[in-house]
Design a protein around this ligand. Sequence first.
Ligand SMILES: Cc1cc2nc3c(=O)[nH]c(=O)nc-3n(C[C@H](O)[C@H](O)[C@H](O)COP(=O)(O)O)c2cc1C
Length: 180
Amino acid sequence: MTPLMEIIKNRRSIRKYEDRDISDEMLNTLFEAVQWAPSWANTQCCELVVVKDATTKLDIQECISPKNPATKAIVNAPVVFALCAKNKQSGYYNGNVSTKYGDWFMFDLGLAAQNLCLAAHDLGLSTVIVGLFDHERAERVLNIPEGYSLVAFIPLGFPAKSPSPPKRKTIDTLVHYESF
Ligand SMILES: Cc1cc2nc3c(=O)[nH]c(=O)nc-3n(C[C@H](O)[C@H](O)[C@H](O)COP(=O)(O)O)c2cc1C
């Protein structure tokens, strides 16, 4: 397996972390991973809020249902990223949407999130993407300005667990040749 394929296949969503700080050097590598993600016409709509403050993490946790398996990860993680998008950039041309899908920020943030998660795994760190929460409440907690959307949280830390990989679809059920 190539080193990249190893990183892709061995990255796991981890929801429990060791009580260890993350160095600024590591954080900077992750910022670069986001910086170099592809985006619609290089519009780069993705922006991050980096949360380390314990009270803010508790406020964020309040926005997530206790049923969400990642709820405790927010306060357990030494660092939590909030992935935000500047609206009306991705998928737009001259201020108008260019495709039937409207704003493509979810797509661009997905790419940025994957870059971040893979780069974290490469550094021996772990993450989980958290998308199921009360977005409006969380936007108020982090003072997200008008014209931006808070899309996902990504708690980050040194892994305290190594779960076995969840099953994937077989390749023959996900690939179609020549037409669907
Ligand atoms: C867009 C998105 C949203 C997600 N939201 C949550 C979430 O709210 N809570 C959670 O525990 N995991 C969440 N996950 C993690 C998935 O459950 C996880 O990626 C999936 O089960 C596959 O496991 P793996 O990442 O270890 O391969 C999310 C993943 C993605 C891509």
